[in-house]
Design a protein around this ligand. Structure first.
Ligand code: ADP
Length: 310
């Protein structure tokens, strides 16, 4: 179990974390989610002591992490970064086995472990083990980055936005992969993301953060059904319920002619209302802060076509 007790981090004049209290159960898949600057990375990096708190204590299996030998602590905390940065001059199996090598594992065991892990993430060891990192795609490199962090069987795996540089398809595949690895391995996964979708997809427990404070901790379902405050509700809704585009977006895109005719619709009405009105008569006149504007069927069609092409 990991516990943060009143942990604060002050950077010069910036309080990045303010008396954080957090419990992460052993073998949980725990996600820290929040907008940029909310303190997620700072929280994560305190666990392997890349960042030290200015106040409070963090406990790992009931012992303060400052009381661990630093090297021992880091061996128990695998670390996966966004830019995985494999060593370019080492082949894939050497990259995976690098920590095992520094621990003095015999070569035979290191290679066997690397090959086993490669096959666990569907990279055929006969094909991949001796390739160089530059011969792998971004998604494949990221798979290697993940198994490298698992190679010496840490108790905890820390992941800091590991998929944010990937295209949506690779990202989905890797999300599935970490879910599977989490099920198969007896490890605690702690995952940082700014993406609520990713948090809900992955997390058994989710902590929603904002400006150095935790807003809510719970399962995805609890957070979805009972958001603790307006911030959580807003964060969740913006991510989840795409707001219907309004007629204003069309006007903002430059469509519409000034007119003196009487308006029948407001600019904040959804575009679907404009479409319905255009079926009756074209153009449709809309009230805007700049005066009435006439929108025609071709305006709507051009706008939709341009949006589709984006
Ligand atoms: P997140 O991961 O949620 O984007 P961070 O933990 O990276 O947030 O940052 C939290 C706050 O601390 C931000 O306001 C950030 O600008 C600030 N911060 C992070 N690292 C440093 C640093 N080394 N020096 C000064 N301020 C920092």
């Amino acid at each position: 179990m990991i516990e943060f007790k009143n942990v604060s981090k002050q950077y010069e004049n910036n309080l990045a974390l303010d008396k954080l209290n957090l419990t992460i159960p052993t073998q949980d898949f725990f996600v820290l989610v929040g907008p940029s600057g909310s303190g997620k990375t700072t929280t994560l990096k305190m666990l392997n002591r890349l960042i030290e708190p200015t106040d409070g204590n963090i406990y790992f299996d009931d012992k303060r992490i400052i009381d661990y030998d630093l090297k021992q602590l880091r061996l128990q905390m695998g670390y996966v970064l966004q830019n995985i940065a494999l060593f370019p001059n080492l082949n894939i199996q050497e990259n995976i086995a690098i920590q095992a090598e520094s621990l003095g594992w015999p070569r035979k065991d290191r290679i066997a472990r690397a090959r086993h892990l490669l096959s666990q993430v569907d990279l055929d060891p006969d094909q991949y083990a001796t390739r160089m990192p530059s011969e792998l795609s971004g998604g494949e490199q990221q798979r290697v980055g993940i198994i490298r962090a698992l190679a010496i069987k840490p108790k905890v795996v820390l992941m800091d936005e590991p998929f944010s540089a990937l295209d949506p398809i690779s990202r989905k595949q890797l999300q599935d992969l970490v879910l599977r690895l989490h099920r198969e391995l007896d490890m605690t996964f702690i995952f940082v993301t700014h993406d609520m979708h990713e948090a809900l997809r992955l997390g058994q427990h989710i902590a929603v953060m904002r400006l150095g404070h935790i807003q809510q901790i719970g399962t995805g379902e609890e957070i979805m059904q009972h958001p603790a405050n307006d911030f959580v509700r807003g964060f969740f809704q913006n991510e989840y319920t795409p707001q219907p585009a309004t007629i204003q977006t069309l006007l903002d895109a430059g469509y519409g002619q000034a007119t003196t005719a009487t308006a029948t619709l407001a600019a904040d009405a959804p575009i679907s209302e404009l479409a319905a009105a255009l079926k009756q008569a074209t153009p449709v006149v809309v009230t805007t802060p700049q005066g009435p504007r006439a929108l025609s069927t071709p305006d709507l069609l051009d706008y939709l076509a341009a949006k589709e092409a984006d």
